[in-house]
Write a protein that binds this ligand. Structure first.
Ligand code: SAH
Ligand code: SF4
Length: 361
């Protein structure tokens, strides 16, 4: 298989190609005009097009499954060059804006949830991705391809405001180099021009790697999957907590450079009768003391055979009210795409189960 040209930032392409300006032209063909072959790059000399074609590919993955939810969210399953699969979700919200004459216009607001690995090493007890174990890191190009497929499939123009969350399959900080490359490729004004301020990296809390990420100074937003407020419970839910306990995560967050107008997001997965009580909310308030933070409460999304249950709406609301009463910004993650097996890893797992059944039959 040929390596994908999507692995290169513009600067890297510029060092690779002479004359240098060819790099910008190629970037434009790929990210703005979205061609899928070098042949179509009309202003590139035939010889260079042939050379590129001999040495590189553009797309190495394809859509194998797509589920559209009643709320307009779309979940994709992509097949990679080696047959492994990863998921990507397009979330669509309505954004109300005003025309110059004061009339209202509704534009879709897009958030794309990207995967960073096939499987995951972290092994959280509640997560379906963890069940299949770890397979491999995604290349930068495979992270980039996810978004290009979503743009192409939905006719999204390159200059549209799109948010990226690295909350799909895998632990992004376990694949830091490729993640950083993808972030830089996305932000390039000659390409998709997605500002790092609109990109959020979600981590299970690898403290030492949060420090590494901080040093890279990429300008992205940070989200921490906290899910528990004491180490004992967190170790049960997330075994990684033995290596990086809550205090170490909080220290790393305090060291993380946060944009003046931004806050670190703490994700809190609410699991019925496990961590959905007001005592936990009280402890959470104490933990967040002195940190510019906001909290996102997530309903545990059950799957066949899952050891936990979805919490009651009342409990989640009470938890939220408590945090709000203490002056902490707290949102509840909308159950977007619940009817499309929303939690990470579920579409892939279904496909694998389906394939297993096929062979049995
Ligand atoms: N590995 C990173 C990013 C990917 S997981 C991390 O853990 O932060 C993205 C989010 O999905 C995490 O907050 C995770 O806790 C959540 N998640 C995993 N399984 C879930 C489930 N069954 N229901 C709801 N959210 C889930
Ligand atoms: Fe990995 Fe995140 Fe799933 Fe934990 S929740 S196993 S870190 S993908």
């Amino acid at each position: 298989m040929k390596p994908s040209i999507l692995n290169y930032t513009l600067e890297e392409l510029e060092t690779l190609l002479t004359p240098k300006f060819r790099a910008k032209q190629i970037f434009n063909w790929i990210y703005n005009k979205r061609v899928d072959s070098f042949e179509e790059m009309q202003n590139i000399p035939k010889k260079l097009r042939n050379d590129l074609d001999l040495n590189y590919s553009i797309y190495n993955s394809s859509i194998v499954k797509k589920e559209v939810s009643s709320d307009g969210s779309i979940k994709y399953l992509f097949k990679l060059h080696d047959g492994h699969t990863v998921e990507t979700v397009l979330l669509r919200m309505r954004d109300t804006q005003y025309n110059e004459d004061g009339t209202i216009k509704h534009l879709p607001k897009y958030t794309v949830c990207l995967s960073s690995q096939v499987g995951c090493k972290v092994g959280c007890a509640f997560c379906l991705t963890a069940k299949g174990g770890f397979v491999r890191d995604l290349e930068a190009s495979e992270i980039v391809e996810q978004i290009l497929h979503v743009y192409n499939d939905n006719g999204i123009e390159s200059n549209r405001r799109v948010n990226i969350v690295y909350m799909g399959m895998g632990e992004p900080l376990d694949n830091l180099q490729n993640l950083a490359k993808a972030i830089n490729i996305f932000k390039d004004p000659n390409g998709l021009s997605i500002s790092p301020h609109r990109q959020t990296v979600s981590t299970s809390g690898l403290s030492s790697k949060i420090d590494k990420l901080a040093k890279m100074d990429l300008g992205i937003n940070l989200a921490i999957s906290l899910h528990a407020v004491d180490d004992h419970l967190r170790e049960k839910l997330m075994p990684i907590n033995r290596a990086y306990n809550i205090a170490s995560i909080m220290d790393a967050v305090r060291r993380f450079p946060v944009n003046l107008r931004k806050k670190v997001m703490f994700e809190y997965l609410m699991i019925k009768d496990i961590n959905d009580d007001i005592e936990s909310a009280k402890k959470l308030v104490k933990l967040l003391n002195g940190i510019k933070s906001k909290v996102n409460l997530i309903y545990f999304n059950p799957y066949p055979g899952s050891p936990f249950q979805r919490p009651e709406t009342q409990k989640v609301k009470k938890f939220q009210e408590y945090l709000l009463s203490k002056g902490i910004i707290c949102t509840i993650r909308e159950s977007k795409g619940l009817d499309i097996s929303a939690a990470c890893g579920q579409l892939r797992e279904q496909k694998l189960l389906g394939e297993a059944n096929d062979t049995v039959r």
